[in-house]
Design a protein around this ligand. Sequence first.
Ligand SMILES: *Cc1c(COP(=O)(O)O)cnc(C)c1O
Ligand code: SF4
Length: 357
Amino acid sequence: MILTKSNRRETPRWQRELARAITDPAELLRELDLDLALLSPARAASAQFSLRVPRGFVARMRKGDPADPLLRQVLPLADELAPAPGFVADPVADRAAQVAPGVLHKYCGRALLIATGACAVHCRYCFRREYPYADNRAGSDEWRAALAYVTGDTSVREVILSGGDPLSLSDRRLGALLAALDRIPHLERVRIHSRQPIVLPERIDRNFLELLARTRLRAVLVVHANHPQEIDETVRAALERLARAGITLLNQSVLLRGVNDSAATLARLSEALFAARVLPYYLHLLDRVRGAAHYEVNESEASAIMAQLLARAPGYLVPRLVREQPGHLAKVPVGSVPVEVRRPLGFSPSEEVGIRV
Ligand SMILES: *Cc1c(COP(=O)(O)O)cnc(C)c1O
Ligand code: SF4
């Protein structure tokens, strides 16, 4: 198609999809043929943190199944309102790590920019569900203070665009930010942390790929998928476009009870990601944010799941299990080399792995 001036100005398809996202719990329940008894708790919990889910993501959910692993990530539940000791507003002490408005610099060589507070989807377990974005965004004043910080610290080699979801920014704003980063001589890499290639694959359109092609910085895109059912044909096609453009693709997941808390599911997720050109990077233990206690998988269960995963998948398809701990120099690896990975006597590699844990 030849782009004329007039259709260049049209709202891009991804923004129209974003605007059509489901935000009313009643509509979500109707769409999925679910019991309306779920409505009143959903309304109560969404008063704290609103429901938001793109229609394309809802289309990957099973109808009539309240335990669907994709639905479980987005449907507000009464569980969120139950008090849970130890679950707090800012579990990773991000506010303390701010070095400039919207800039977190915790780790050697990389600085993280809170580019926007907006997300295409609201994940109920999100550790930033209570983050005061309005006061802490880097985007106000065209990123002047954030860019000044990065320019002034020559030890920073990589800027991570995070949020919220940085791909919620329009191409015009994102392009301006990338161009400004491009001009900082000591920067080598730009990393984008985004769930949009998964929940809104329309975002990976020609304009966006053109933006990435313009930067001299090596680009890394870290997507966020938790369950193999999230990766359908539309997502695979979007990731394929990115891979063809030479972007390094990684995935981070959160280990979530009732969503992906089994080695079999995680192995299928890794296979689905790899088929879509993405390598698993991190598997995060849940950050203990208020309202998310019902998703928690404790450390010993998590280590047991990892032992089983190690025994059934190639090493490059096993993500690193980590926990974010305030005051550390990196994400902290969880568990050690588990004894369960030792080969039992008489074991044949073609057997289905049944490991005692
Ligand atoms: C997670 C995180 C990073 C990235 O850490 P990597 O180990 O490089 O993926 C950087 N800065 C902050 C503040 C983070 O929370
Ligand atoms: S996409 Fe990421 S930042 Fe946005 S709600 Fe989900 S987990 Fe939180």
